[in-house]
Design a protein around this ligand. Structure first.
Ligand SMILES: Nc1ncnc2c1ncn2[C@@H]1O[C@H](COP(=O)(O)OP(=O)(O)OP(=O)(O)O)[C@@H](O)[C@H]1O
Length: 318
């Protein structure tokens, strides 16, 4: 659906996007994740044809966004971070105006507007001035203009910012529905937001690619990084010895002497099931177990680690 190749964007001396390449597949919801200032909006603006790139190419449905902008833009519905609404227009009037700009055929305009208003539950608001709508309804109008003309690709830049929790849940359901027969690229700096609706995720930081992966794989990485915390009372050496004989332990990463006769062993496991073997080994060797718990990093930590690695790598590159 979309191919982004070696995309770079400079704003004067600032490099907002640096040699970025990724693709968006047919009928997938791709998460576009990165901390503030990572270059998400810049990339989305370029894909949508709002902003020229400095280097690199973007093709949408086989059309180059620079060379064949008209055909490419016909395939795109875009909701920028700040929706391009005209406050002094009424909802229906604004959507008709957008349909005109998008080149929807005259005979189709009415049907398209009705469909968009119905999907976003705006029908009762059709005569309302946009200026008088709540933030949630303004966002719906922004989305309605994006889906008019039924484009194959929807680009949604932080669409849930400023919405209350019930509006966020509603919008997520709507995006999931859209993803059944559209490609969607959804940006956010919140991982929970992305993992709730996306199949795959592109993570960027400082304009550079950190990772392209499925949410499942990211979760697996979080599980792999899990560490068992075993607190014992008494003989540290005997406990170390007992642990040595257990297969399924990757390594004892650390032993912390708490100074009160207890020791905390930080143990990386091959498999979660080893916990039972560890407990049995401690009991057999007469070692008193005070506590055993898993320190499993959440997805947020995986994301932060990935973006931190990128940061330190680019520092050491200099
Ligand atoms: N018009 C501009 N002129 C100069 N610098 C800009 C311009 N627009 C963006 N930048 C800079 O480019 C970098 C990337 O900005 P961008 O808005 O694309 O990031 P973002 O990931 O969308 O951030 P946020 O999540 O805060 O919206 C930032 O350092 C920003 O300050």
């Amino acid at each position: 659906m979309v191919e982004v190749k070696n995309l770079t964007k400079h704003y004067g001396h600032v490099t907002a996007v640096n040699d970025l390449s990724f693709e968006i597949r047919d009928n997938e919801i791709l998460g576009f994740l990165g901390p503030n200032g990572a270059g998400k909006s810049t990339t989305m603006n370029i894909i949508a044809g709002y902003l020229p790139s400095s280097e690199g190419t973007v093709t949408v449905c086989g059309h180059d966004i620079k060379e064949d902008a008209r055909a490419a833009k016909k395939c795109i519905g875009y909701l920028p971070e700040i929706p391009p609404l005209y406050p002094d227009m009424r909802v229906e009037e604004y959507l008709r105006y957008c349909a005109g700009i998008k080149g929807v055929r005259r005979g189709e305009i009415k049907k398209e507007i009705e469909k968009a208003m119905e999907r976003l539950q705006l029908t009762d608001m059709r005569r309302r001035l946009i200026a008088n709508l709540s933030k949630g309804y303004k966002q719906r109008v922004g989305l309605a203009q994006a889906i008019i003309g039924d484009p194959e690709l929807l680009i949604l830049d932080e669409p849930t910012v400023g919405l209350d929790p019930s509006q966020v849940a509603e919008l997520r359901n709507f995006i999931r529905e859209l993803g059944k027969d559209h490609s969607v690229i959804l940006s956010s700096h919140i991982l929970g937001e992305i993992s709730a609706v996306c199949n795959r995720v592109v993570i960027i930081n400082k304009g550079e690619l950190c990772a392209v992966d499925t949410i499942e794989n990211l979760e697996r990485k979080a599980t792999d990084a899990a560490v068992l915390s075993l607190t014992i009372e008494g003989d540290q050496l005997a406990a170390s010895f007992a642990l040595e004989g257990i297969s399924g332990i990757k390594e004892v990463k650390d032993i912390i002497d708490m100074g009160d006769g207890t020791f905390i062993f930080k143990i990386a496991l091959e498999d979660d099931k080893v916990r039972q073997d560890i407990m049995s080994a401690m009991i057999t060797n007469g070692i008193n177990v005070v506590e055993m718990s898993m320190d499993k990093p959440d997805l947020e930590k995986v994301f932060l680690d990935l973006t931190r690695k990128k940061r330190s790598r680019s520092k050491s590159d200099k």
